[in-house]
Design a protein around this ligand. Structure first.
Ligand SMILES: C[S@@+](CC[C@H](N)C(=O)[O-])C[C@H]1O[C@@H](n2cnc3c(N)ncnc32)[C@H](O)[C@@H]1O
Length: 328
């Protein structure tokens, strides 16, 4: 993994009118790549290097299973090496992918969430998009598949960066999706605004959800939109669940708001045209352990005798999708 892949990003003059963001961003990237904070980083880096033996131009980003390369591009020996290296990047949470014939059956069937989003999302053709908390970039690639012009994702978790790199490094350097291994809060304020800003699976992890929504607004073009996907509690009132300890096994869930509260937060943060598009209880077919993610998954965090509740006795995970506009 190196900084070369970002050369194209730095050259995109339509991303910023202010050149100050380039040195700032370079500094952040260098810190992530040269002084990685995670002890497994060298192991991930060597897995990514091994994956570079795969070579193909075949890719399909507009299908539920993202395809990169085909099995016939590899010898049996190379296929074995690829499988081993992909497994070294465990846990694979977001996907699915088919990488040179290896079906990476990830913990999450993210294609299902993307389908729910596509049901209402206007065309992404030629749009610039910021994906906050982008994980390993599954959705970034689906956005490209739906015609987006440029996608920038931010996520500080380095194993997801390694997965993303491992998957896309064989493709053209100029692929218009860049994963920045930094926290959203570190994203230079000068970086240009986007037609769409996505924040999926992030809001309930923020100690200050209003601050998060206001920050998203600053990165959204006037007349552009945010898409918020979040855990909610499915009640009419404007209220929130503040877990005293864990929520469905997760330590860092600060607040699970009701849909009306999310709408009020969006309003208070300065958005208009606020809409709730979808609300669904997460099914264990959508989030489950597989050979690519062998840790506990949703079923282990639901009450064994009542899947409407978490093991802590809270309402079972239910997720909602909202959109809102930065007013003209
Ligand atoms: C629940 S996952 C959601 C991933 C993906 N957006 C999805 O909807 O499936 C939350 C993601 O946010 C990332 N994250 C945590 N803190 C963050 C921060 N300060 N800025 C950006 N991303 C962050 C995590 O690494 C993780 O990938």
């Amino acid at each position: 993994m190196n900084l070369e892949r970002y050369t194209h990003l730095f050259e995109l003059n339509n991303l910023s009118n202010d050149s100050n963001w380039k040195p700032l961003l370079e500094e952040k990237l260098q810190a992530a790549f040269l002084k990685p904070s995670h002890g497994h980083f060298p192991k991930w880096q060597s897995a990514v290097n091994q994956l570079s033996i795969a070579n193909s131009t075949h890719c399909k980003f507009d299908t539920p299973i993202i395809e990169i390369g085909t099995r016939s591009d590899l010898t049996d020996q190379q296929h074995e090496t690829i499988l081993e290296s992909l497994h070294a990047l465990h846990p694979w949470r977001k996907g699915p992918f088919n990488f040179f014939g290896a079906h990476i059956d990830t913990e999450w069937r993210c294609d299902k969430k993307w389908q729910r989003i596509q049901n209402y999302l206007p065309s992404l053709k030629d749009k610039t998009i910021l994906d906050v908390g982008c994980g390993n970039g599954y959705y970034m690639l689906r956005m490209l598949g739906d015609g987006a012009k440029n996608v920038i994702g931010v996520d500080p978790t380095l194993v997801f960066l390694a997965q993303y790199y491992g998957l896309v490094q064989c493709l053209d350097q100029n692929i218009n999706a860049h994963l920045l291994p930094i926290a959203f809060e570190e994203l230079p304020a000068q970086i240009n605004q986007f037609d769409y800003v996505f924040s999926m699976g992030v809001l309930y992890h923020r100690r200050d959800p209003l601050e998060h929504l206001k920050r998203l607004l600053t990165h959204t073009l006037v007349g552009g939109s945010v898409l918020i996907e979040t855990l909610v509690i499915d009640v009419e009132q404007s209220t929130q669940l503040i877990p005293q300890d864990r929520y469905a096994g997760m330590r860092n869930v600060w607040s699970v708001p009701s849909p009306s509260l999310v709408k009020s937060w969006l309003h208070e943060s300065g958005y208009d045209n606020i809409q709730l598009h979808d609300i669904q209880t997460t099914q264990i077919e959508e989030q489950r352990a597989t050979q690519w993610m062998q840790n506990y998954s949703l079923v282990n965090f639901l009450a064994p005798d009542d899947h409407n509740k978490t093991i802590e006795g809270h309402p079972a995970p239910t997720r909602a999708i909202f959109s809102a506009r930065r007013p003209k």
